[in-house]
Design a binder for this molecule. Structure first.
Ligand code: ZN
Length: 147
């Protein structure tokens, strides 16, 4: 739950990724979404291989289900990153999709890839405002968003 009375309006601190006491395995829902995202035309074999060793190390504190990830690799080579990043960065790209949660609200799901490794699964339900709290959108509702 978001604390409704903890902060005066306008003074809400930005969301922070909080480190877990110890890494945990992906939930089945998280894994399904990551498998969908890494099946994108923007993905590549190293990224798909990273999923087998991926675990969750941080959790967003804003109430959304976004999680920080770590993996044993293999690293995505810089040349493959540059091909996938519109402004030619060699240290970051993202794979995006949109889906619907149980309330049929639009949910953005974004796999952030930093320094060649899966770094965050962002799940954002407040696309059109409203609460960032959400269940994970079923994979059947997901569509790649290459905008
Ligand atoms: Zn959040």
């Amino acid at each position: 739950m978001l604390p409704l009375d903890a902060e005066a309006p306008g003074s809400t601190p930005p969301p922070q990724m909080i480190e877990l006491a110890k890494p945990r395995a992906l939930t089945p829902g998280e894994r399904e979404i990551l498998e969908f995202l890494t099946a994108s035309p923007l993905s590549c074999d190293p990224l798909r291989e990273q999923l087998s060793s991926a675990s969750v190390i941080t959790q967003c504190d804003c109430g959304c289900p976004s999680v920080g990830l770590t993996t044993d690799g293999p690293i995505v080579p810089d040349a493959l990153v540059v091909e996938r990043e519109p402004v030619g960065r060699d240290d970051y790209f993202a794979i995006k999709a949109v889906g619907r949660n149980r309330e049929w609200r639009m949910v953005d799901v974004i796999l952030h890839v930093g320094s060649g490794e899966v770094s965050e699964l962002e799940i954002w339900a407040a696309v059109y405002g409203g609460s960032p709290e959400t269940d994970l959108p079923p994979v059947a509702t997901l569509r790649y968003d290459d905008s």
